[in-house]
Design a protein around this ligand. Structure first.
Ligand code: GRF
Length: 191
């Protein structure tokens, strides 16, 4: 598979996926990590783990075509967004139909959509007095956070939870959910 990280890529989901593959908990291989910038935490970590990295700046000529080519050249079948904060070009969605996943730090369809990312999500969850939160792995389409849901993991919230500790609880779930969801997708193709 290929993993696309964003400009500020922290890489914790990327790491969870790579580590699940290394442990044999996920029957797949991360063949390529793509980043828009030369250096961020995700890039450094991928290199440290020996995973090939390609740098493709968003503003480059023929970005979409270069991205598809890089993923195909690396032999990727599945593409995972992990901190990739923008809409994926249609050309990429068309090249990997039904095989592009994203993870969102809330229980979609609530608390998703344009501008709903990072701490804003957890602040909104706490402000609305939700009794549970969690994460959602979903298929990517041409709209933010609207593709079909593949898997959700939930945690309960108490009135004393702050956005910061909701973020920590949810991130822990994300690291379990993403490898599980990728395995589920792979199994669907193997059946
Ligand atoms: C995660 O919270 C994910 O849900 C969202 O972006 C964040 C990426 O974090 N789409 P990391 O770079 O994987 O640590």
């Amino acid at each position: 598979m290929g993993i696309l990280v964003g400009t500020h890529g922290r890489g914790s989901n990327m790491n969870a996926i790579i580590d699940a593959c290394t442990r044999g908990d996920l029957d797949a291989e991360v063949a390529l990590v793509v980043s828009p910038i030369e250096s961020n935490q995700a890039v450094e970590s991928a290199k440290f783990k020996g995973v090939p990295v390609r740098i493709l700046p968003y503003a480059m000529d023929d970005y979409a075509q270069a991205l598809v080519q890089a993923l195909k050249d690396a032999g990727c079948f599945v593409v995972c967004l992990a901190g990739y904060m923008r809409l994926l070009p249609k050309q990429v969605l068309d090249a990997f139909p039904g095989r592009v996943l994203n993870i969102h730090p809330a229980l979609l369809p609530k608390f998703g959509g344009k501008g709903m990312y990072g701490m804003r999500v957890h602040e909104a969850v706490v402000a609305s007095g939700e009794t549970e939160s969690g994460c959602t792995v979903h298929f990517v389409n041409e709209r933010y956070d609207e593709g079909a849901i593949l898997l959700q993991l939930k945690c309960s919230l108490s009135p004393s939870d702050t956005p910061d500790n909701v973020a920590a609880k949810v991130l822990k779930l994300e690291h379990q959910a993403y490898p599980m969801a990728i395995q589920e997708l792979i199994n669907r193709y193997a059946r």
